[in-house]
Design a protein around this ligand. Structure first.
Ligand SMILES: Nc1ncnc2c1ncn2[C@@H]1O[C@H](COP(=O)(O)OP(=O)(O)O)[C@@H](O)[C@H]1O
Ligand SMILES: [Mg+2]
Length: 434
């Protein structure tokens, strides 16, 4: 196989000479003067690999991802050990600039094959392109672990996405209170606000924080520099009954949503999994406003962050408002989710349940409506409308367990989180879907 490649960087001339002398498996078909040109060339389909020889500090997770999604493998040549560790952390194959041309050709073939493998497995096993590529290669064995990863103990926290359609069904309320209940019960929890439309976790928890921890964490992850220490430093800390809840606040300025690029956000989730047992992500909106729902174009899309979280989540709560507008919206949103993220298996939560909106015995009424129109899943939880409790919590910027510990809403959310509160809840028998 002859591999057409493009080169860029101050050391590219030497690489070109070496590869040309080989007259072999790799042909340099394009010498680029800068990385943006390289990205454009990648889009044309004329090359299968990109070699960044020198100036590799400009490489980010976003660039590697864009090349990868154009089917172009990336190899970086760099001599600075710090920089090479950063490239390893980004799972980018790298080697010293003085690498023998034969070895370089082999490295390029490896990168091309690995990219092909990860493309084939993507979608079936939620492939991690990094895992397929392996760590950086320098001819001396496997690369270093990601910075800050203790080799002995690697946690693998679970990701819970709280999601649902437009119309403020209560996603943030559920996310905050699930996280608060778990943290107050002594578990190690981080709450991440990844809502690219209306981030509101900071307000809900009384954090006077405009720093958008999530954007800062994404920036570091994009550069392969998000380690345990920096993630802890970027997360705000909320004290709940003597325990701490870590919080990455969201982007409140609407023009900043582009900062939550999927590859970077993926890096943030991975770092969070290493450090916390539970990662709860308020990912906001349904997918319905996006014109294109797949990952295969280059333009950044506002729902891409939500899609990434839904793809990576171990558990998804799909929250809908329990009324004549909210239920059909939830039905549509769940159907769309099934198309967009086929692996998703959401747990249905109906919120703001009240007799005044659906009639007497609202849970039976809703169960019946869901059976008629819903996409064949059971309703996992009915959360009562409890305006006094919800308003009081929002007004004081705290979780329900602090402001309204005896409220029905708090009890229902604690129940969902598997936490005992001591409050007796009425026995509920939700009707099963067929
Ligand atoms: N079960 C509930 N009962 C009463 N009000 C609620 C309930 N759940 C949420 N709310 C209120 O509804 C509004 C929207 O909730 P929020 O969680 O911000 O929605 P979303 O994140 O889906 O946009 C807030 O004022 C919140 O206090
Ligand atoms: Mg919200």
């Amino acid at each position: 196989m002859n591999i057409p490649v493009a080169t860029v960087g101050t050391a590219a001339a030497g690489v070109l000479d070496g590869l040309e002398r080989l007259q072999g498996p790799v042909t340099v078909v394009r010498r680029c003067t800068e990385l943006t040109e390289m990205l454009a060339v990648a889009q044309t389909g004329m090359v299968r690999a990109a070699i960044v020889a020198g100036d590799a500090e400009e490489i980010t997770a976003g660039i590697a991802d864009r090349l990868g999604s154009a089917g172009v493998a990336l190899v970086a040549l760099a001599d600075d050990p710090m920089l090479r560790r950063r490239l390893d952390a980004l799972n980018i194959l790298n080697a010293p600039t003085g690498l023998d041309p034969g070895d370089l050709a082999e490295l390029i073939s490896t990168a091309v094959l690995a990219l092909g493998r990860s493309a084939r497995t993507a979608g079936t096993a939620m492939a991690d392109p990094g895992a397929a590529l392996g760590s950086g290669t320098n001819g001396e064995g496997p690369g270093e672990p990601a910075p800050g990863t203790p080799e002995s103990e690697v946690r693998a926290g679970t990701v819970t996405a709280v999601w649902g359609p437009a119309g403020a069904p209560g996603r943030t309320t559920l996310a905050i209170n699930l996280a608060a209940e778990q943290a107050a019960a002594g578990r190690s929890v981080i709450l991440i606000d990844a809502d690219t439309y209306g981030a509101s976790v900071a307000v809900g928890l009384g954090l006077l924080d405009e720093s958008a921890g999530i954007a800062q964490a994404c920036r570091l992850a994009d550069q392969g520099m998000l380690d345990d220490g920096s993630l802890r430093a970027l997360a705000a800390s909320v004290s709940l009954r003597g325990h701490q809840l870590a919080v990455l606040t969201g982007v409140t300025r609407s023009d900043r949503w582009v900062e939550l690029r999927p590859p970077a956000l993926d890096g943030v989730l991975e770092a969070a999994r290493r450090l916390f047992d539970l990662i709860i992500v308020d990912c906001g909106f349904s997918l319905e406003t996006d014109e294109e729902l797949s990952f295969d174009t280059m333009a950044p899309r506002r729902n891409a962050a939500t899609l990434l979280v839904l793809e990576k989540a171990d558990t998804i709560y799909a929250v809908g408002a329990a009324d004549a507008v909210g239920v059909p919206r939830l039905v549509r949103a769940v159907a769309e989710l099934a198309e967009t993220v086929p692996t998703a298996d959401p747990l249905i939560v109906l919120n703001k349940v009240r007799a005044s909106s659906v009639g007497r015995q609202p849970e039976n009424q809703l169960g019946g409506a869901w059976e008629r129109f819903g996409p064949g899943r059971q309703i996992s939880a009915f959360l009562p409308a409890d305006y006094d409790a919800a308003d009081a919590a929002l007004l004081s910027g705290t979780a329900l367990l602090e402001t309204a510990p005896a409220s029905a809403l708090r009890a229902a959310i604690a129940d969902l989180a598997g936490i005992r509160t001591g409050r007796r809840r009425p026995v509920r028998r939700p009707r099963r879907a067929k």
